[in-house]
Design a binder for this molecule. Structure first.
Ligand SMILES: [Zn+2]
Length: 160
């Protein structure tokens, strides 16, 4: 049985704190129905609230919630026991999650680069609005393309 939306909302600040302490990477919700969104070794997990006051849990979310409510042990696992992230990477992860801008695959601390959509050499700003995360190989492939070409690659991949 999943808890009521009200119950999750009431416990949310403590739950988030609890998740972070266990190595999860708490992400910013992407829409109003997401109560809690976090990343762990098995991928992104989400607690949704619905208009009827109920909840839906995806990924590891229910396991984590039950451990949080009980005395069960839970850990986010290896992938998010990460080295200290640079502030810009941290902000991009919060905004976009850990997926590659080009191929939509998960990136890891070992294989992740910050990509300028408009290259600095072409006057692109070092601002967050011009930055995305990408695999090193994907980034290298797109290195000499214009921003329009880069977005086209992404759209082609996304349509598959
Ligand atoms: Zn990629």
């Amino acid at each position: 049985m999943t808890p009521s939306r009200k119950k999750v909302e009431g416990a949310r600040p403590k739950f988030i704190e609890w998740l972070v302490a266990r190595g999860a990477q708490v992400l910013r919700p992407t829409n109003e129905w997401e109560l809690v969104r976090f990343d762990c070794a098995s991928g992104v997990a989400i607690v949704y609230g619905n208009s009827k006051g109920g909840t839906t849990f995806t990924g590891e979310a229910l396991k984590a919630w039950e451990a949080f409510m009980g005395s069960g042990a839970w850990s986010a696992g290896a992938r998010t026991k990460r080295v200290k992230l640079s502030p810009i990477v941290h902000t991009l992860l919060e905004r976009d999650g850990d997926r590659c801008f080009y191929c939509f695959g998960h990136t890891s601390d070992a294989d992740r680069s910050v990509e300028h959509l408009v290259p600095v050499a072409h006057g692109g700003p070092n601002h967050i609005s011009n930055l995305v995360l990408a695999h090193r190989a994907c980034n290298a492939l797109a290195g000499h393309m214009s921003a329009m070409e880069k977005i086209r690659i992404r759209e082609q991949r996304g349509a598959q």
